[in-house]
Write a new protein. Structure first.
Length: 146
């Protein structure tokens, strides 16, 4: 869990002059993430943070998020830094770009339309494939295939 909250790894390589501000931002994000976790989850992950720190980070992050939300271009830029694969999906919505078609599909409709097997169908196929494997008499059969 600690690794997942290590924001240092999500930033692209930056010039040395930017590193102190990136370090500070990473620490703020970590403190803010911990502040959102319930106590039981913190205990499981051995994350200790005083309640006063939780209380102090909330207004800081609210202000920061409001500032980011005030500029759609900045929001898309930051999403691109944090999760580049999200940009093609999120950017049009954030920037107010209209879709090519005003149509929403359920996952089932999308699977049918594009001829893609559903997760349940893929799982059944995987089980069938595994049960069709013939193991030599001397080889132990994996528990999943038994």
């Amino acid at each position: 869990m600690s690794h997942l909250m290590n924001a240092d790894v999500i930033f692209p390589p930056l010039p040395g002059v930017a590193k102190p501000s990136v370090w500070l931002l990473a620490k703020l994000l970590r403190v803010a993430i911990i502040a959102t976790l319930p106590r039981w989850q913190r205990d499981l992950a051995n994350l200790r943070q005083p309640r006063i720190v939780d209380a102090l980070i909330r207004p800081v992050m609210r202000l920061g998020l409001r500032l980011v939300a005030a500029s759609p271009r900045l929001e898309v830029f930051l999403v691109g830094l944090l999760s580049p694969a999200t940009v093609p999906v999120a950017a049009p919505a954030v920037l107010g770009i209209k879709p090519l078609r005003a149509e929403t599909l359920t996952p089932a409709e999308s699977f049918r339309r594009h001829g893609v097997p559903t997760p349940a169908e893929l799982y059944e196929q995987l089980k069938a494939d595994q049960s069709a494997i013939v193991y030599p008499p001397s080889a132990p059969v994996p528990a999943a295939a038994a």
